[in-house]
Design a protein around this ligand. Structure first.
Ligand code: SAM
Length: 234
């Protein structure tokens, strides 16, 4: 008997080749792909010859969309969720629908009629951490920091953290974030900044927070693209 399946499929964070064989297979085989942005994912699907029907799913999706997803699962269909890049739900949409599946379909899940399945692959947080040289057995991931309220509290927490801290930052806040790290952590604290991982202009900066800040102040043309910041624990 057919069983419903809901896959969380990781896609590349830049380099198109960082797509697993399994991810391609699953995306070819499901009945529907839910994509954060169908135009962005359309390019990836085309590249891999995946012709599965797509629908948009993001944090603004309506109740009607959710009901449609639930109805497909009730009909034992297979659905895959992907985001624009990397692993869905990691600072990306998807958490809500997954938690609702556990609530609304708890009996079916227990009976094995609905499976929620991860298809692992690229993620910026783990890629940055893996090349940072900083202890990665234990770390605290903050995702994107709040822009205003709560931002200082997090920097204070990072400053006092005995584990490695990681967060995502946009180019227009990178310098501000490094200045805050310097203010709260003080000179000498080691940081690793990963820029454009897996892409043409990939770059890794490792040094004390004041050295890395100075580098970007002297090279403002490098404050471009996507960034992950990794900070050593105390
Ligand atoms: N779900 C994604 C993942 O698993 O990594 C993260 C999505 S989040 C909306 C996007 C942020 O992740 C970017 O602003 C950047 O901070 C980080 N990021 C994504 N791709 C990256 C890359 N190739 N290099 C550096 N950082 C990246």
């Amino acid at each position: 008997m057919e069983k419903a399946e809901f896959y969380l499929v990781a896609t590349p964070i830049g380099n198109m080749s960082d797509m697993t064989f399994r991810a391609v297979e699953i995306l070819k085989g499901v009945d529907l792909i839910l994509a954060e942005d169908t135009r962005v994912s359309g390019k990836l699907l085309k590249h891999y010859g995946i012709e599965t029907k797509m629908a948009s799913y993001n944090s603004h999706s309506s109740e009607k969309t959710k009901e449609y997803i639930f109805s497909l699962l009730e009909d034992n269909k297979k659905i895959a969720l992907i985001s624009d890049a990397g692993t869905p739900t990691i600072s990306d949409p998807g958490v809500k629908i997954v938690s609702q599946l556990y609530e609304n379909f708890s009996d079916q899940i227990k009976a094995g009629f609905l499976k929620i399945i991860p298809v692992p692959g690229a993620s910026a947080v783990l890629s940055a951490l893996s090349v940072s040289g900083l202890p990665a057995s234990e770390f605290v991931f903050y995702g994107f920091l709040p822009h205003k309220k709560g931002r200082q509290t997090i920097f204070k927490e990072i400053a006092g953290n005995n584990k490695t801290s990681v967060f995502y930052e946009s180019p227009n806040r990178l310098e501000k974030a490094l200045k805050s790290l310097l203010e709260f952590c003080g000179v000498g604290r080691k940081v690793f900044v990963a820029r454009e991982l897996t892409k043409l202009y990939e770059e890794h900066l490792f040094g004390t927070v004041e050295e890395v800040l100075e580098f970007f102040q002297k090279n403002p043309q490098k404050i471009r693209g996507e960034f992950v910041i990794v900070i050593e624990g105390i």
